[in-house]
Design a protein around this ligand. Structure first.
Ligand code: SF4
Length: 361
């Protein structure tokens, strides 16, 4: 049974909140190629001097992704970013992503310094699930196991029994269902709905959405498929159910990249942030990737199929953060200890089910 946690007026107020955040974002400055080269050179030097490593998400600017790869860092999904940060020898982690990723890095590696190019980069899912509302909601449903998506604050994680990423969510819910547990899921309702459909688990869903994935439209996708009849559709499960119903592969960022490489098809329509094209084109240069259509200019997202907060990670901001040691993210020790419990549960589960998780397209 799927249940919905909040009426549409809550969703409306969250959307207004997100619009307000977006309206206040600074405009992105385009750098000349000579300036880019200077920043890249300076960042490489600082990374060495400070024993620092760059940990970048697939949705960040390709420029940052390539820099991470060239300097011994990593480009990955949020689960792999967290693991890499914990296991590497560097003393400083420079996390190019959004705030919850920096917090997760700090929780997993309290002895390391975590810097971010920008601490203002957040996520519509995080914004729409404040602990002040979430904690009482959990208290009202104390018979349910609380499973939260990684895109949440440290305080929300600390209130949860499990933290999951999109690459592992389905496996964890299947596991909990087999144990007869009822689930309280937060915050992404599309991903929650998708998992509920796949597993048949009893899930009570928090009512929030990713502003980027929510803008992919089934009608536009249908029209695009008419233009490219041989293309396979790859979709992230944060997309609406109508879009997912047309997808050939549904999966996390890592799973979509794997599918783009493994499938024999030549053309793919991709419903996720277009930052992912950097890695897809790198691994499958002979294939064609087309971004799935969105609602266009009037949509909630300022630049559709491109997360505005991920876009705040620039070369300039990264350089300044490394140079000055600014934008440090540190989760207070007591809170970190509590948030570590559900995070560790996910990492242990992932290690035990490694083959299954990695083998999924
Ligand atoms: S793409 Fe969506 S889920 Fe990812 S950080 Fe941006 S708003 Fe959050």
């Amino acid at each position: 049974m799927t249940q919905s946690s909040a009426p549409d007026d809550k969703l409306m107020s969250d959307t207004l909140l997100v619009r307000e955040y977006l309206a206040n974002l600074p405009d992105k400055t385009e750098l000349a190629s000579s300036e880019r080269d200077q920043y890249r050179h300076a960042i490489k030097k600082l990374l060495k001097e400070k024993n620092a490593v760059l940990v970048a998400h697939y949705y960040t600017d390709p420029e940052l992704q390539s820099l991470a790869e060239e300097t011994g860092g990593i480009v990955a999904d949020s689960l792999e970013m967290a693991r890499f940060g914990r296991d590497c020898n560097a003393q400083v982690l420079v996390v190019a992503g959004v705030r919850f990723m920096g917090e997760t890095a700090s929780i997993l590696s309290p002895e390391k310094t975590v810097l971010m190019p920008t601490v203002e980069a957040t996520c519509s899912l995080d914004i729409a699930c404040p602990i002040e509302e979430f904690a009482p909601f959990c208290d009202q449903h104390s018979d349910r196991t609380v499973v939260v998506y990684a895109n949440t604050s440290a305080a929300v994680k600390a209130r949860a029994d499990w933290v999951v990423t999109s690459s592992i969510a389905l496996d964890v819910i299947e596991h909990l269902k087999a144990k007869g547990e009822k689930i309280l899921w937060a915050p992404d309702r599309h991903l929650g709905h998708y998992i509920q459909e796949k597993t048949g688990a009893d899930m009570l869903l928090w009512n929030a959405a990713c502003i980027v994935h929510e803008e992919f439209k089934a009608k536009g996708l249908f029209d695009m498929k008419t233009l490219y009849p041989d293309a396979k559709i790859l979709a992230h499960p944060e997309s609406p159910a109508s879009v997912l119903s047309m997808a050939d592969v549904i999966g996390s960022t890592s799973q979509l990249i794997k599918a783009a490489c493994d499938l024999p098809d030549q053309t793919f329509i991709v419903a996720t942030d277009q930052g992912i094209f950097y890695k897809m084109q790198q691994l499958a240069p002979e294939k064609t990737f087309i971004i799935a259509p969105t609602a266009g200019k009037d949509a909630t997202c300022r630049s559709c199929a491109s997360c505005p907060w991920m876009g705040m990670n620039s070369l300039q901001a990264m350089y300044e953060s490394l140079r000055d040691g600014s934008n440090e993210v540190r989760v207070e020790a007591e809170l970190a200890k509590k948030a570590m419990i559900p995070l560790q549960r996910m990492l242990d589960f992932s290690a035990q089910h490694k083959l299954k998780v990695q083998g999924k397209a």
